[in-house]
Design a binder for this molecule. Structure first.
Ligand SMILES: NC(=O)C1=CN([C@@H]2O[C@H](COP(=O)(O)OP(=O)(O)OC[C@H]3O[C@@H](n4cnc5c(N)ncnc54)[C@H](OP(=O)(O)O)[C@@H]3O)[C@@H](O)[C@H]2O)C=CC1
Ligand SMILES: CC(=O)[C@@H](O)[C@H](O)COP(=O)(O)O
Ligand SMILES: [Mn+2]
Length: 396
């Protein structure tokens, strides 16, 4: 990549954990990257602060009332950033011809349409928003193939696997001598706890991840192991793998970010400190490498690496996700939607921790699986599953 022309980047979900880490990496390389657009949902003050630093051409918020507030503050600050609002504006900044790179870091299903728009427009897409791929796997990957978009996984495990696979790895793992993908899991804050221990855990406990600082939704997903379930589905789509080719390995230190096993007995791993700036820098610069601001890994400090199997009895969400992937069609979209409603209810104190998996299973049982060929069908399955999940919560 030439240093002469900076790549223009839209950061979707700029005020979040991945968004701010992305902007930290970008700020270290002003000659390489220029921020085109920054988006947030309701965090207008945080978005204003980011606009002051990065002076994007565009900023996007959900509601006009917040957009008007931001316009006024930017005007007072003498900044020329244009402010837009709503889901259509998210799509616009994802597909605009002047954009080279899109960081897809909105949390949840809200990221599907803009992420898909960036794929269809053939951008370099840095995929953090795993829910978008989980919901629409086949359609999403077909769009990547058709448009020629460069899809780079940012999720730490998938970024690690990407680094451990041959550069050209399409056409099935076996073709490249890969026998298994080893997806590492920290085990979350409740690793080793029994179902009984989990009965009274609080949102604050669930969000206290042992190794990573992340948004609240993914933190709860890590605690239930639904994050690993979503990641299993994500790995199947990204690397053309069957669910039985992806083995989840609990590795409490989160130093090995995942591995690929080969037919000759080799196992390739990617290691590093648990800091998302490493996969983000990899995605931004690929195939080059750039400074991410991450300290070198000190193996003497790490000292030991432990491995154990996941507990799918106390943490049923991993199994539910594997089953949804095996079932196919709209089953992963239903799983994802039910989980989003359940996590929101848990964080709001309306559902217990064990209730998350129970609600996902009940919604799964109530929602018939349809083929997932069209976007409309996927969005419809998502809407129906949310409605069913809310109804289940009300009936309790
Ligand atoms: N954090 C991490 O280390 C990792 C995250 N990921 C994935 O990356 C994604 C982002 O995670 P994370 O950064 O932790 O999440 P955060 O909750 O920290 O940030 C979410 C971002 O999305 C915006 N947002 C939320 N809801 C909407 C909506 N309805 N419409 C538009 N924008 C919205 C938020 O805006 P606002 O601030 O206004 O609410 C915020 O900018 C998730 O899919 C997660 O699974 C994957 C691997 C690691
Ligand atoms: C940083 C990242 O990629 C997260 O998805 C992380 O993997 C969460 O950790 P666990 O789900 O393994 O607890
Ligand atoms: Mn991950």
């Amino acid at each position: 990549m030439s240093d002469a022309v900076p790549r223009r980047v839209s950061v979707l979900g700029a005020t979040g954990s991945i968004g701010t880490s992305t902007l930290d990496v970008i700020a270290r390389h002003p000659g390489r990257y220029r921020v085109h657009a920054l988006t947030a949902h309701r965090s207008r003050e945080a978005l204003l602060a980011l606009c002051r630093v990065h002076a994007p051409a565009l900023a996007v918020l959900d509601r006009e009332v917040d957009a008007a507030w931001l316009r006024e503050r930017l005007h007072e600050a003498g900044l020329a950033t244009e402010v837009r609002c709503g889901p259509e504006a998210l799509v616009e900044v994802s597909e605009a011809p002047e954009v080279d790179v899109v960081m897809a870091a909105i949390v949840g299903a809200a990221g599907l349409l803009p992420t898909l728009a960036s794929v269809r427009a053939g951008k370099r897409v840095l995929l953090a928003n795993k829910e978008a791929l989980v919901m629409s796997g086949a359609l999403f990957m077909e769009a990547v193939g058709r448009s020629g978009a460069t899809l780079l996984p940012i999720d730490s495990e998938h970024n690690a696997i990407y680094q451990c696979l041959p550069v050209e790895h399409r056409g099935g793992l076996a073709r490249h001598g890969v026998t298994q993908l080893l997806l590492t899991a920290s085990g979350g804050p409740f690793r080793g706890w029994t179902a009984g221990d989990l009965a009274a855990v609080t949102p604050a406990q669930a969000c206290a991840h042992p190794n990573w600082t992340m948004g609240r939704k993914i933190s709860v997903d890590s605690a239930t192991l639904m994050n690993k379930g979503l990641e299993l589905i994500e790995a199947c789509w990204l690397f053309d793998a069957r669910p039985d080719q992806v083995k989840v390995v609990v590795h409490p230190q989160s130093v090995i970010h995942s591995m690929a096993a080969y037919s000759d007995g080799s196992v390739l791993a990617q290691l590093g400190n648990p800091d998302m700036r490493t996969p983000i820098a990899y995605g931004l610069a690929w195939p080059e490498r750039i400074d991410a601001g991450v300290a070198a890994l000190d193996l003497f400090e790490v000292a030991r690496l432990d491995f154990e199997p996941p507990d799918e009895v106390a943490f049923p969400c991993l199994r539910l996700a594997r089953e949804a992937m095996a079932e196919g069609g709209t089953a992963p979209a239903v799983l994802n939607a039910a989980n989003e409603v359940a996590v929101e209810a848990f964080l709001a104190g309306r559902l217990g921790f064990a209730g998350i998996g129970e609600l996902v299973a009940r919604v799964r049982d109530a929602c018939p699986v349809e083929p997932a060929g069209e976007l409309a069908g996927i969005l419809d399955a998502d809407a129906r599953a949310r409605k069913e999940a809310v109804a289940c919560l009300t009936r309790r």
